[in-house]
Design a protein around this ligand. Structure first.
Ligand code: DGL
Length: 265
């Protein structure tokens, strides 16, 4: 394999950068192309059929154009809906991102876990299955928090986060039966760890936050074991669907992560 063949990280927006950050910890030299489907953002309010068609179509075209050695769908919404289908149609290994219910179940002491995701993610059978496999004896309280996606996108562009958006997530979970006992929060959307400080302030130090980024990074490193990767000389690439103006404001966040300027897909 060409040593410069990249890992393709895909998300609807900047959320997958939380997976990218974890990946750089374990594979700092790996060439990465990060693709943000800004023209399709947000996925959370779309139907299953819309998300599946969009993700499978885009990843097929991106696989042809970029010839990645591995694709990571760094998006819970896309993964819980389209992972199986994408794996069936592409020959390249595909790693998904699914809600970190298993580690949360191992961590909770009260047995009550809050799960915050997009509207589309929290209704998936994939999540029901994770719950019955790993947290059948726990109470799992799920809520959709679409406003957090926009807040995370804005924060990475240097804009202030509206505290009301964060407080609303806390208040809705706390108001659910048993909600006061939540001691573990699953951030089931890759955008949400970008707001972990704000969430920690709202929920307090007694509530642990869990997401899948480190686990996914380790999984990718494991799958690529033994492969030679080009020592990064060129910057990693950040591509977006839709107009390039969608990436305006991200310059500092991208430069800090070793990306060149945003490119149009
Ligand atoms: N980052 C995505 C996820 O992990 C979803 C954001 C969106 O609604 O597009 O679920």
């Amino acid at each position: 394999m060409d040593t410069s063949s990249p890992i393709l990280l895909f998300d609807s927006g900047v959320g997958g950068l939380t997976v990218y950050d974890a990946l750089r910890e374990v594979l700092p030299q790996a060439p990465v192309i990060y693709a943000a489907d800004l023209a399709g953002l947000p996925y959370g309010s779309k139907t299953e059929a819309q998300i599946a068609a969009r993700v499978a179509g885009l990843l097929g075209r991106m696989a042809e154009r970029f010839r990645p050695r591995l694709i990571c769908i760094a998006c819970n919404t896309a993964s819980t809906i389209a992972l199986g289908m994408v794996r069936e149609v592409l020959e390249v290994p595909v790693v998904g991102t699914v809600p970190a219910i298993k580690p949360a179940a191992a961590l909770t002491r009260t047995g009550t876990i809050g799960l915050v995701g997009t509207e589309a993610t929290i209704r998936q059978r994939y999540v029901d299955d994770l719950q019955s496999r790993f947290a059948a004896d726990k109470r799992l309280l799920r809520i959709a928090a679409p406003a957090l996606v926009g807040a995370a996108e804005a924060k990475l562009r240097g804009e202030a986060v509206d505290p009301a958006v964060i407080a609303d997530v806390h208040d809705r979970l706390a108001a659910m039966p048993g909600g006061a006992a939540i001691d573990t929060l699953v951030l089931a959307c890759t955008h949400f760890p970008l707001l972990s400080e704000e969430l920690a302030e709202a929920f307090g130090p007694q509530v642990a936050q869990v997401d899948g980024a480190q686990g996914i990074a380790r999984r990718i490193a494991h799958l690529l074991e033994g492969q030679s990767l080009a020592i990064a000389g060129a910057p990693n690439r950040f591509v977006v669907t839709g107009p390039l103006s969608g990436a305006a404001g991200l310059e500092a966040a991208l430069a800090a992560r070793g990306f060149g300027p945003a490119e149009a897909f």
